[in-house]
Design a protein around this ligand. Structure first.
Ligand SMILES: Cc1ncc(COP(=O)(O)O)c(C=O)c1O
Length: 457
């Protein structure tokens, strides 16, 4: 039976559940340190989201037909090449790409932003807020970088950028901004920032690692020049990510990696060296054998989200956010971290601290005693966390010791998405309430900088 349906027909939503899209791992059971086991409460989507069932099915249907891309004469190589290029078109459509924009398949957002950093014309000045994830804060260090202080409102973000750009010397300029914070979940005013950038002759790259799984990201509407995101945060954990946007700087740059696939023609030169003619399409930055399964998985996820409809996904997420934030707000010991204030637009990502608790201790207890997976720490956004926590870089208290009145030096992050049932959020709120009120039932110790439960017995 030939492989003819590159994207499985729309699978039904999980009608028996409250989540809009089925994901893998819904029935996984995990052991509790206190005895017994429970269904895993996956609340760390912002780190890596579970695979959509639909993505998994698409990949499984294609897997027997897997073949090399762009380099084989055989039937399966041709089929795989078509699938890879079709995936590129699907992603371009999902991202509302303009005529002439390129979609480059990368490993993930970090890779995409490093690729763009390597492609900047010489003399480019880069503008980033200190609030960025390290993936969008750090790749630019070979260029002149202006770091902007954390704004306290979307309007202040635009004004801060505008005045920095106004003061900048002539020459190529790039603004890098995150669409939704991986710490606060707050949504940034991307279109207004892009307009401010363009008013001053700058370009803007959008880090959509946290935005794309939750909101429509369309280059035409956001007026961004490039966008980067990761498949594994978009329910497609097969090792691919995307950089999409304007072709000119990408085509003028040296290939990100040198090798086969990026080169159109290579010949010995008269001087004894080699002359290379590089591709001027996305292939220029995709040297080596492409990750066709990863690209196909990303395209499958894009289709699934588009077909589910962001209106519906956003409405559902707002319901869950209200449940979560409302539940935490009943606990006076809990402080939710925010730059823009309680009424800010945010995606399903919430970080908080609990008075008197080392956040690692709380996260360890949520896992060991309640089977709930969240993240703790500084979330690869150290400057932002330091600003939000007002801390002086003190080490967190030892696990199990009360942090007393010292300001918290790390936080807990809970994040969810299209596969999250009500029960996970409700169980999480009930667990935090119980831990804050009664304390942990188990004892924990610090090991390698992390809180771990003491072994039983
Ligand atoms: C806002 C943001 N940008 C970039 C990244 C880096 O993504 P990746 O690790 O997939 O490269 C992350 C990862 O958490 C993120 O949250």
């Amino acid at each position: 039976m030939p492989f003819t349906a590159p994207f499985a027909p729309v699978s039904d939503s999980c009608s028996e559940e409250s989540a809009p899209l089925p994901v893998l791992g819904r029935d996984v059971r995990v052991p509790l340190v206190t005895g017994g086991e429970v269904t895993y409460g996956a609340l760390d989507y912002a780190a890596s989201a579970p695979a959509l069932q639909r993505v998994w099915d698409d990949v499984a249907a294609y897997a027997p037909y897997y073949g090399s891309v762009h380099r084989g004469a055989g039937h399966l190589s041709q089929l795989s090449t078509d699938l890879f290029e079709q995936s590129r078109r699907t992603v371009a459509e999902f991202l509302g790409c303009r005529e002439g924009d390129q979609v480059v398949f990368t490993r993930a957002t970090t890779d995409s932003l490093n690729l763009l950093a390597a492609a900047l014309p010489s003399g480019t000045r880069v503008f980033v807020f200190e609030t960025e994830h390290h993936a969008s804060l750090l790749p630019w260090r070979a260029h002149e970088v202006t770091y902007l202080d954390a704004p306290r409102s979307p309007e202040q973000a635009v004004a801060t950028l505008e005045s920095a750009l106004h003061a900048a010397p002539a020459g190529p300029k790039l603004v890098c901004v995150t669409g939704a914070s991986n710490v606060t979940g707050e949504v940034w005013p991307v279109r207004e920032l892009a307009r401010a950038a363009h008013r001053h002759g700058a370009r803007l790259v959008l880090d959509a690692a946290q935005l794309a799984p939750h909101r429509p990201v369309r280059l035409t509407e956001l007026e961004a020049d490039w966008v980067a995101f990761s498949g594994h945060k978009l329910y497609a954990p097969f090792g691919a990510g995307v950089l999409a946007g304007r072709a000119d700087w990408l085509c003028a740059a040296e290939p990100y990696l040198a090798g086969g696939g990026a080169s159109r023609r290579v010949a010995r030169a008269a001087d004894g060296g080699v002359d290379v003619e590089w591709h001027t399409t996305a292939a220029r930055h995709e040297a080596g054998s492409p990750n066709v399964i990863g690209a196909y998985a990303v395209a499958s996820a894009c289709r699934a989200l588009a077909e589910a409809g962001f209106e519906r996904l956003v409405a559902r997420e707002e319901e869950l956010l209200a449940r979560l934030v409302g539940g935490l707000a009943e606990l006076p010991e809990v402080r939710i971290l925010s730059l823009f204030g309680a009424d800010a637009d945010r995606v399903g990502v919430v970080s908080f601290v609990v008075e008197g608790w080392n956040s690692s201790h709380l996260a360890a207890a949520l896992s060991a005693e309640y089977g709930i997976g969240v993240r703790d720490g500084l979330f690869c956004a150290h400057p932002l966390l330091r600003t939000l926590l007002g801390q002086r870089g003190d080490a967190p208290a030892e696990c199990g010791e009360s942090a007393g009145e010292a300001p918290a030096s790390n936080a807990v992050r809970v994040s969810f998405g299209a596969g999250t049932p009500d029960e996970h959020v409700d169980r999480f709120v009930a667990a935090v309430r119980e831990l804050v009120r009664d304390g942990a039932r188990w004892t924990y110790r610090t090991e390698g900088g992390r809180c771990v439960p003491e072994p039983a017995g």
